[in-house]
Design a protein around this ligand. Structure first.
Ligand code: NAD
Length: 295
């Protein structure tokens, strides 16, 4: 089978490379970044010349793209997947979108005889690399079953959530929770810093106690090392939380905690940290209080 992969960045790159390593599918990649493409062609993939080129000659086309605007452009726009893929092609989107975007893209694909699965992922770059990422899938159950071996070739857990829209819904709820935990971690670490406690020991306690969460673990690792190079950019985290808050609004769920985290993210972006890692939320505390949290 010929598998196209469009968007081989921080997440798409390692997931694509696991497909190359773990299957005998022929993989064709396209990305605006030549270095990102090279990291996949070095492992045996071939390079497509455009979205249209990849879409027109693959049986399955996978995308992992930054924001809904780009996903819509690459899928429904001129020269995009819907315009160029053959009827019967399967389209799988691993990006994080709103349920409304997923449904809109699905309608556009359906009109061209293309079957779509929305399949956002969770686990960050580390789990994308080691192939244990979690995939939450919305779409037709039969299409899901047919493509399960491909999804399993680069993941740990694959869960079919129901119709198109429920994959994104699960992803946005999950990420809202993770960012709330990260924001609380930033506050907790600053309290620790000011108290004079040994931060390495505090970290060891939390990692083995009830305060532990993935949001804590990610933020504390970056903060204590003072390394905010993006594995998950703040701009993308902000996009996810904005979509989660929009969904909460549409569903009539008033938020107390997530909107505060949104304000923290907005302040960090206002400080010019959008392309730094999402853990740089902690820089708001550090800058306001005039001291860094390092161990
Ligand atoms: P990224 O910016 O590292 O990668 C996106 C890639 O898409 C880049 O290489 C970019 O060059 C490419 N691209 C952009 N526009 C393109 C176009 N028009 N045609 C072809 N390629 C194009 O982002 P990422 O961190 O890999 O995130 C990808 C998606 O996965 C996002 O939707 C994000 O929210 C989601 N996600 C990220 C993480 C994480 O930890 N980084 C975790 C889970 C989900």
């Amino acid at each position: 089978m010929k598998v196209g992969f469009i968007g081989v960045g921080n997440m798409g790159g390692p997931m694509c490379r696991n497909i190359i390593r773990n299957t005998n599918h022929e993989v064709v990649v396209f990305d605006l970044s030549p270095e990102a493409v090279k990291a996949c062609t070095d492992l045996g993939a071939s390079s497509g010349t455009s979205v249209a080129d990849v879409a027109s000659r693959c049986d399955v086309v996978i995308t992992s793209l930054p924001v809904p605007r780009i996903v819509e452009e690459v899928t429904l726009g001129a020269g995009g997947i819907a315009e160029n893929a053959k009827p019967g092609t399967v389209f799988i989107d691993l990006s994080t979108n709103s349920p409304a975007t997923a449904k809109r893209v699905n309608e556009g694909m359906k009109a061209k005889g293309i079957q779509m699965l929305e399949a956002p992922v969770s686990g960050g770059t580390a789990r994308a690399k080691d192939g244990t990422i979690v995939i939450m899938v919305g779409g037709d159950a039969k299409v899901f079953e047919q493509n399960l071996p491909l999804l399993k070739s680069f993941s740990g857990e694959v869960i079919h959530m129901g119709d198109i829209g429920y994959g994104s819904t699960a992803k946005l709820i999950n990420n809202m929770l993770a960012f709330c935990n990260s924001a609380a971690a930033a506050e907790a670490l600053m309290i620790g810093k000011r108290s004079g406690i040994d931060l390495k020991k505090l970290d060891a306690v939390i990692r083995n106690a009830s305060g532990m969460s993935t949001g804590y673990a990610n933020l504390s690792a970056k903060t204590l090392a003072g390394n905010f190079e993006a594995t998950f950019a703040l701009d993308l985290a902000h996009k996810d939380l904005r979509l989660a808050l929009e969904m909460a609004d549409e569903l009539g769920v008033p938020g107390l905690i997530a909107p505060q985290v949104m304000s923290l993210m907005r302040m960090a972006r206002g400080m010019g940290l959008g392309s730094s890692d999402s853990a740089s939320m902690v820089r708001v505390y550090e800058t306001a209080l005039g001291e860094d949290i390092r161990a």
